[in-house]
Design a protein around this ligand. Structure first.
Ligand SMILES: *[C@@H]1O[C@H](CO)[C@@H](O)[C@H](O)[C@H]1NC(C)=O
Ligand SMILES: *[C@@H]1O[C@H](CO)[C@@H](O)[C@H](O)[C@H]1NC(C)=O
Ligand SMILES: *[C@@H]1O[C@H](CO)[C@@H](O)[C@H](O)[C@H]1NC(C)=O
Ligand SMILES: [Mn+2]
Length: 589
C-alpha cells in the first residue's frame, strides 16, 4: 500500500461476504456441498399460465427493444454474490417460471432459453412453458457463453452489472468481443422495469431491523440482519477509509436502507468505539464515483474481484487506482475465528446436539410405535426442539430429511406442499440440518436406520463413510495445506471397496453467519482462493454414500483446526504443527 494516499475496500455484504458461488467453478458444482440451497422461495410448484408466461416475456422484449438490446441475461444472483437470494432478486424465476436455486435465463428477440443444472431438468418440464422457453442443460448443451458467441455475432448483449461479479464479467466480455458482441452494463434492471409495467413489481427489498451482537458473543464489532432466508445478513455495503497521514482508520461508512441507524445499533457501535457513518444503500455508486475524484490519481481503492461489476464500473473511469484482489481481506480475516467465537461454536454445538438427539429419539420412537411421521414433520420437530434452546435464531438452511430413496437425492429437501413421504421402519433416514445461535452456526448430518436391520451393504457403506470422516478429522497436517489436497482422506476407506460419492467434503462455516462461508473449502478440485489451513478455522466434514433409489448415508460434523505441538494431548501427537479436529470426537477420550 506504500505510496497510496488513501484506500478503501468494499465487500459484498458487511460481515457476511458471500463468496460462495464464485469459488465453485460450475464444473465442480456437483462436487460442492450437498446442503446447498434447493428452493429459495416456497410457493406451489405449478406452471405459469401460458398467457402470463407470454406477457412477461413480451414485456421484457419491449424494454429490450427500447434500449436497443439484442439479448438480455438474467442470472440467479443479487448485488452481493449471495448463495441464497431474496424474493426481491428472484428475477429469473419470475420471468421463466422455473423455480430452484440455480439457473440463468437469456432472452433475445426470437428466443428464450434457460440454463440450469441436472437437479432442475425434470422441474423445467413441470414449471416452464416449453412453447416459449428452451431448456439448456448445463454440462451437456452449449454454455451461455458459447451460445452467445455462436448465435449473437455483431450485436449487443446486456446485463444488470449488479448481478455479475467482476471476474465473471471480464471472462464473458473477453469471449464475446472476439465476435464483435458488446457486453453492455445497464444499471436499471430490465426485468424489474417489465414487472412494474405489468403491475407485478418486484417485492420490496427487505431491510429488517439490525441485531447488535455484543462482545459476549463475538469479541469484535458485529451486527446481524435477517434480509435473506437462513442467513443472518442484511443488504449493505461497507467502505473503510484509512487516514493516509496517520495511517489510522479514518472513517467507516455503512450503506444501508435509508441510511438511518436505529438508536440501539448506534449505541452498540458507539459502545465499541466504532464511529460508523450511515448512508442510504442506493448511494453507494455515486459515493464511489465521487470518492475516486476526491482521492485523485494518488489514491487507491481496494476491491475484491468478486465485488459486482457495478461496483468496479463506478470507479474504473475515475482517477483513483484500483487494487483488485481475488478475495477481500475481510473474508480472509473472517475465516479465522477468534477465541470467543470458537468458545461459542462449542456451546452452540452442545445445545444443537441436544435438539438433534431429542429429534432422533422422537422419530425413532414414533416409527417404532407405528405412528406415521413424514419427513416434513421431522423437519418441523427439529425446528421446534432447536427453538427450545437458548438464543436459537432459526435454521441455518432448509432441513434435508431424506427417508429411504429420498436420502440418495443429494440436494433433496422435503416440501410442505404435495405428497408427503412417511418414514418407514425399514428406512435408512438421512437428516442434514443446522441452526443459527448467537454463539455460532451449526450444520450436522446424522444417518439412522429406523429398525435394527440394516443390510450388509448399508453397514459396510455406513462404516466406510465414518472411517473417512474420522480420518479427515484426525489427521495432523502442515500449515497452509489446501483443502483439495486433504479431501482424499475422507474418500480412501470408500475407494478401498469401490465406493465413492458425488459431492464435496467440506466448507467453511460463518460464525452466526452463512453456513457456507468461503474462501476455505474441502473439495476434490482446487479452488482459486483457498488460503490454506491455519489454526482456528471451522470446516464441515461430510463424506457420504448414495445408493440411488434405495438410501443415502452421510455423516457430518463441524471441526476446528487446532494448533498442534508436543504438549497437546492428542491421539496423534506429532511434531507437525496443525491438526484438524472433529468436534464430536472428544479430545483424547
Ligand atoms: C459490430 O457490431 C455492431 C452492432 O453491435 C455493428 O454495427 C458493427 O458494424 C459491427 N462491426 C463489424 C466490424 O462488423
Ligand atoms: C400411514 O401411511 C401409510 C402410507 O405410507 C398409509 O397407507 C396409512 O394409512 C397411514 N396410517 C395412518 C394411521 O395414517
Ligand atoms: C501448543 O498448542 C497449544 C494448543 O494450541 C497452545 O495452547 C500452546 O501454547 C502450544 N505450546 C507451544 C509451546 O507452542
Ligand atoms: Mn454442510
Amino acid at each position: 500500500m506504500a505510496g497510496a494516499s488513501g484506500w478503501i475496500f468494499t465487500i459484498c455484504f458487511i460481515l457476511a461476504a458471500n463468496y460462495v458461488c464464485a469459488h465453485i467453478p460450475y464444473s465442480y458444482y456437483n462436487s460442492a456441498e450437498p446442503d446447498s440451497p434447493t428452493y429459495v422461495n416456497v410457493q406451489p410448484s405449478n406452471k405459469l399460465s401460458r398467457q402470463s408466461a407470454a406477457s412477461r416475456l413480451a414485456a421484457v422484449r419491449a424494454v429490450m427493444s427500447e434500449r436497443q438490446v439484442d439479448a438480455y441475461i438474467v442470472p440467479t444472483a443479487d448485488a452481493h454474490n449471495s448463495q441464497y437470494i431474496s424474493p426481491a432478486d428472484a428475477r429469473r424465476e419470475w420471468l421463466s417460471g422455473l423455480r430452484g436455486s440455480s439457473g440463468t435465463a437469456l432472452v433475445t428477440a426470437s428466443r428464450a432459453l434457460v440454463w440450469t443444472d441436472a437437479r432442475y431438468w425434470t422441474q423445467f418440464d413441470v414449471e416452464v412453458d416449453s412453447t416459449l422457453w428452451d431448456l439448456m442443460r448445463q454440462g451437456v448443451d452449449d454454455s451461455l457463453q458459447t451460445w452467445l458467441v455462436n448465435n449473437m455475432a455483431d450485436s449487443v448483449v446486456a446485463v444488470d452489472p449488479t448481478t455479475y461479479t467482476r471476474s465473471a464479467w471480464t471472462t464473458l466480455e473477453t469471449a464475446l468481443a472476439a465476435r464483435n458482441i458488446t457486453l453492455l452494463a445497464i444499471y436499471e434492471n430490465l426485468v424489474d422495469i417489465a414487472r412494474t409495467r405489468l403491475n407485478d413489481g418486484p417485492p420490496d427489498r427487505l431491510n429488517e431491523a439490525l441485531l447488535p451482537l455484543t462482545l459476549q458473543y463475538t469479541d469484535t464489532l458485529n451486527v446481524r440482519g435477517s434480509d435473506i432466508p437462513f442467513n443472518p445478513v442484511f443488504f449493505s455495503y461497507l467502505v473503510i477509509r484509512r487516514n493516509p497521514t496517520t495511517n489510522t482508520l479514518n472513517s467507516v461508512i455503512l450503506f444501508w436502507d435509508q441510511g438511518v441507524l436505529a438508536t440501539n445499533i448506534a449505541a452498540h457501535l458507539a459502545s465499541e468505539n466504532v464511529a460508523v457513518q450511515a448512508r442510504p444503500y442506493a448511494d453507494i455508486f455515486d459515493y464511489l464515483r465521487s470518492l475516486s475524484v476526491e482521492l485523485g490519481a494518488g489514491g487507491t481503492i481496494w476491491l475484491s474481484d468478486e465485488a459486482s461489476h457495478a461496483i468496479v464500473l463506478a470507479i474504473e473511469n475515475g482517477p483513483a487506482r484500483i487494487l483488485s484482489t481475488s478475495i477481500s481481506p475481510v473474508a480472509l480475516k473472517k475465516c479465522v475465528k477468534n477465541d470467543v467465537e470458537l468458545q461459542g461454536f462449542r456451546l452452540a454445538h452442545i445445545k444443537d446436539g441436544t435438539a438433534v438427539v431429542r429429534s432422533l429419539y422422537w422419530v425413532e420412537k414414533q416409527v417404532a410405535d407405528g405412528v406415521n411421521v413424514t419427513e416434513v414433520q421431522l423437519s418441523q420437530m427439529m425446528e421446534k426442539l432447536r427453538g427450545e434452546e437458548e438464543n436459537f435464531m432459526g435454521p441455518s438452511f432448509s432441513t434435508i430429511a431424506g427417508a429411504g430413496e429420498n436420502g440418495a437425492i443429494i440436494h433433496y429437501s422435503p416440501q410442505e406442499e404435495g405428497p408427503q413421504r412417511v418414514i418407514r421402519p425399514d428406512d435408512m433416514l438421512l437428516v442434514d440440518s443446522g441452526g443459527q445461535y448467537f454463539e455460532g452456526t451449526t450444520d450436522i448430518t446424522r444417518t439412522r436406520h429406523m429398525s435394527a436391520s440394516p443390510t450388509p451393504a448399508q453397514r459396510l457403506a455406513f462404516t466406510r463413510v465414518m472411517k473417512g470422516q474420522i480420518a479427515l478429522a484426525t489427521t495432523v497436517l502442515p500449515r497452509g495445506i489446501l483443502g483439495n489436497v486433504i479431501e482424499v482422506l475422507a474418500r480412501k476407506a470408500l475407494w478401498d471397496v469401490g465406493l465413492n460419492y458425488g459431492h464435496g467434503t467440506g466448507h467453511g462455516v460463518g460464525h452466526f453467519l452463512n453456513v457456507h462461508e468461503g474462501p476455505i473449502w474441502i473439495l476434490s478440485g482446487p479452488t482459486a482462493d483457498d488460503p490454506g489451513i491455519a489454526p482456528k478455522m471451522v470446516y464441515s466434514n461430510e463424506p457420504g454414500y448414495y445408493e440411488v433409489n434405495e438410501y443415502g448415508i452421510r455423516h457430518e460434523d463441524l471441526m476446528e483446526s487446532i494448533e498442534m505441538n508436543n504438549t497437546v494431548n492428542h491421539i496423534r501427537v506429532s511434531q507437525f504443527p496443525f491438526i484438524l479436529w472433529l468436534n464430536h470426537v472428544e479430545q483424547n477420550d
